[in-house]
Design a protein around this ligand. Structure first.
Ligand code: TRP
Length: 326
């Protein structure tokens, strides 16, 4: 299967991102059955980021974080959206096939506007750039968080409309959402999200990570009293991170043999260990920017060939010449 997904380059990745989307993305790459395209959706970040220095730092960090977390440029095509010109060109073509009504229905635009983001035309037409990202590579499976499901469906609608009008051109993509871990709770039990300020960042410093984990919300059952693991957020995290002693922990909870403080300390060890090798890879990559640059160059070259071939096909269908004169 051809798998493709993009990651916005805004802010540090957190545990909600990992279990919601990143983990399955890496698994799809590693199971050897798929042809994967993973890219940094840096052009999308312009809808909300206006500071060029901040943009650059986030973009670079995002590249390094993904490589550290397991994107393997030998197994996947890994690139930056902004390196491939075809994305923006196809966006214009698809914009002319997209009704205002379709875009008007986007929940994400409404949510972002309600949160006070400037409602620029880029934000409104965000799903069309995303459709280009997907359709240029004939991607079939799009692993995304639940919040992006509608965008993938829109890409499908736009592709269908184009195909119906100009003849079979685009493959129809499908979103892939992991069912059992759709919503990862944050420190306060609400959905983990940067905008709620309740995230646990994957690459937080040791002290910071400990502080975050110690601040996970719990009730105030006194030490020695039985606690219900099903109602405990800390326990939910133990489960999520695959604590190998979960059964034992569960009985300690039920018998009042453990308090929240100790459970949190154990959780910290578990989380710190879980991301240990990613952290080490990240430290190496940070010291080896030239190597990272080479990975990006190779990825862009491979992606560009595929994207240009599709764009050329589209141009011809529309009555343009397949190749640009210059
Ligand atoms: N909009 C996605 C997000 O915020 C990122 C993205 C951009 C993307 N283009 C894409 C995801 C194409 C999948 C396919 O998470």
């Amino acid at each position: 299967m051809r798998v493709l997904t993009g990651m916005q380059s805004s802010g540090a990745p957190h545990i909600g991102n990992w279990f919601g989307m990143m983990k399955q993305t890496i698994e799809l790459q590693n199971d050897g059955k798929n042809d994967c395209f993973y890219f940094i959706a840096d052009l999308h970040s312009f809808t909300s980021q206006k500071n060029s220095e901040e943009f650059r730092i986030n973009q670079e960090r995002c590249v390094i974080d993904w490589l550290a977390l397991g994107v393997d440029p030998e197994k996947s095509i890994f690139y930056r959206q902004s390196d491939i010109r075809a994305h923006t060109e196809l966006t214009w073509i698809l914009l002319c096939q997209t009704s205002m009504g379709l875009l008007d229905r986007a929940h994400s635009f409404k949510d972002k506007k309600a949160k006070g983001l400037e409602a620029n035309a880029g934000l409104f037409t965000y799903p069309v750039l995303m459709a280009s990202d997907i359709l240029l590579y004939s991607a079939e499976i799009i692993p995304v968080g639940k919040d992006q499901k509608q965008h993938v469906e829109m890409a499908r609608d736009i592709a269908q409309k184009f195909n119906a009008h100009y003849g079979e051109t685009f493959v129809l993509p499908e979103p892939k959402i992991l069912k059992n871990v759709e919503t990862i709770p944050g420190l306060d039990g609400q959905k983990m999200s940067k905008s709620y300020g309740n995230t646990i960042d994957i690459f937080a410093e040791e002290k910071e990570l400990k502080k975050k984990i110690m601040s996970i919300k719990t009730d105030s059952i006194p030490l020695g009293q039985p606690m219900d693991p099903k109602k405990c957020l800390v326990f939910a995290f133990h489960k999520l991170f695959g604590n190998p002693h979960l059964k034992d922990l569960e009985s300690k909870y039920k018998n009042g043999k453990i308090g929240y403080g100790d459970s949190k300390k154990m959780l910290f060890e578990l989380v710190w260990d879980y991301f240990r090798s990613a952290r080490e890879r990240r430290e190496n990559l940070l010291l080896n920017k030239k190597f990272v640059q080479e990975i990006l160059e190779k990825g862009a070259q491979k992606a560009n060939v595929i994207a240009e071939a599709k764009l050329s096909q589209v141009r011809e269908k529309m009555g343009l010449s397949g190749k640009h004169l210059v």
